[in-house]
Design a protein around this ligand. Structure first.
Ligand SMILES: [Zn+2]
Length: 336
């Protein structure tokens, strides 16, 4: 029986994967371009998602019969709509699945929401984002550049708070930002790499990208385990790749986005690479909580050499220092 059940499960899972949906029924993923959809206002006017490029857009997929939606919508009204409705860079569109205008009007009134609730009579919009048979109660956050920044499913308070944070951060980003100012899209990519790395079992839970003039020039996850290389942290890997891509041993004019605050080794590598700036998401505390205690190494640096857990002994044999005399005397060297 169990074998049959397992087999059935595998077939069902394979079917889902073939249909391109994730385990929450989404056909889209964070970071990809949001597929264009057309929606209808109750008065018959239409609007396309692509016409909202440049704005932060929240798509709220719902239906009047959905209890979870009814629980969530007052929070969307109070915590998101009332906070951001005056911001012309923010658009919130409720999207009702396959119900008529009269039902939608009653639904809007009974939930007390004041943001627009649009019609999706044939479900074309919904089924562009979610698989056939998947449930409503979904929010899709679209960044000003048209990429998907966040996806929620059902009403999970922690996820809801994360969504609010994503919206806040996207709205904080100056519209005409210069090429080297913080861009949440790059951080989301570093985080995505870290998450993928764990899912694919291709290394530790870390990811990093290096950006030059507003473009990612290199990206990498941590590959300590598959490479048997204790120095293959995401930051070291990405610095190596970026240097190779630029044909240079210095990365001035570039910024690094890393999913976690760099450890002392990577901090050193970042200084050697002369990166302009470090943006990080998780902190040393998150890393320590995950079993990666960098603070231990930071503390070791402060100790006397003799007190370190790996002893450092100084033995200055004859000839030591000759290399520096030679280096200083060499005039046609490439200094760094
Ligand atoms: Zn590191």
């Amino acid at each position: 029986m169990r074998t049959i059940f397992t087999l059935f499960f595998i077939i069902a899972l394979a079917g889902k994967l073939l249909a391109g949906q994730d385990d929450r029924g989404y056909l889209v993923r964070i970071g990809q371009e949001a597929p264009d959809i057309e929606l209808t206002y109750p008065d018959g006017k239409t609007i396309s998602l692509s016409s909202l490029r440049g704005k932060v857009v929240m798509l709220q997929f719902t239906a009047s019969w959905c209890g979870v939606c009814r629980e969530e919508m007052p929070h969307i009204e109070k915590e998101i709509w009332q906070t951001h409705k005056a911001d012309t860079n923010f658009v919130l569109l409720g999207i009702d699945l396959q119900e008529d205008a009269a039902t939608v009007a009653r639904f809007q009134e009974s939930t007390g929401i004041t943001y627009p609730l649009l019609l999706d009579p044939e479900g074309k919009a919904f089924y562009t984002y979610a698989a056939q048979g998947a449930g409503v109660t979904r929010n899709v956050i679209v960044a000003p550049d048209g990429t998907i920044a966040f996806l929620t499913r059902l009403y999970d308070r922690q996820e809801f708070n994360e969504m609010k944070e994503v919206i806040n951060n996207l709205l904080k980003t100056p519209k005409n930002m210069s090429d080297n100012s913080y861009n949440p899209r790059f951080m989301r990519e570093a985080i995505r790499l870290a998450v993928e790395n764990v899912k694919n079992q291709s290394g530790g839970p870390f990811g990093a990208v290096i950006v030059k003039e507003g473009k990612i020039i290199a990206s990498s996850g941590n590959t300590v385990v598959p490479d048997n290389d204790p120095t293959a942290h995401a930051e070291v890997n990405v610095i190596r790749k970026a240097c190779k891509a630029l044909g240079s041993f210095q990365l001035s004019g570039c910024e690094i986005y890393t999913s976690c605050e760099p450890c002392p080794m990577c901090l050193g590598a970042i200084y050697w690479a002369r990166l302009d700036k470090v943006y990080y998401a998780c902190t040393q505390d998150d890393a320590a909580d995950g079993g990666f205690d960098d603070s231990f190494i930071y503390k070791e640096i402060e100790l006397k050499k003799s007190e370190r857990s790996i002893p450092f002994e100084n033995h200055r044999e004859a000839g030591a220092g000759e290399e520096f005399r030679l280096w200083k005397a060499t005039t046609d060297k490439v200094a760094y």
